[in-house]
Ligand binder design. Structure first.
Ligand SMILES: [Zn+2]
Ligand SMILES: [Zn+2]
Length: 155
């Protein structure tokens, strides 16, 4: 598998907000918590938690709203397009200097092979993790092991 050449582009659905991802993320994961199911209106989210400086805004501004997650009790600040409503990323005081980018907002998503599945305890019963995927019942992943697994894909 090959990483793309960075920077790579992304944006919301209506195109009002565009960004560049300047560096490879430490890893990509799926989250199957019930909050992510509601927010994605689907079965899970595909995300990457990256240093804030990895994301460069090309144009547009996002509106924010705070959501207190069911499990952690720590507010997450969602950043979403005021026109189309796509949530591009979120931030939380738990991970200062980092943001969680919704990976589906990237222009090219073919290189996004998640290596970790979080919150398997609320995953749909039909979700069978691919071989080698690290799975966690809750959100407490071993991030060092997960990041190593992510990098190993591209060696
Ligand atoms: Zn938009
Ligand atoms: Zn989640």
């Amino acid at each position: 598998m090959k990483l793309p050449q960075f920077p790579v582009g992304g944006g919301c659905a209506c195109g009002q907000f565009l960004y560049r991802l300047k560096a490879a993320p430490p890893l990509v994961y799926t989250c199957h918590c019930t909050d992510c199911q509601t927010l994605s209106t689907s079965a899970f989210t595909l995300s990457m938690t990256i240093p804030e400086e990895s994301l460069e805004v090309v144009r547009g501004t996002l509106r924010t709203w705070a959501r207190t997650t069911t499990e952690s009790g720590v507010p997450q600040i969602a950043h979403e397009c005021p026109t189309c409503g796509v949530r591009v990323f979120s931030k939380t005081a738990r991970t200062p200097g980092r943001l969680t980018l919704r990976a589906g907002t990237l222009d090219d998503t073919r290189w996004l092979y998640p290596v970790v599945a979080l919150w398997m305890k609320s995953a749909q019963p039909w979700f069978i993790p691919p071989a080698g995927m690290l799975t966690y019942e809750r959100g407490d992943a071993d991030w060092a092991a997960a990041s190593a697994a992510w990098r190993a894909q591209f060696e």
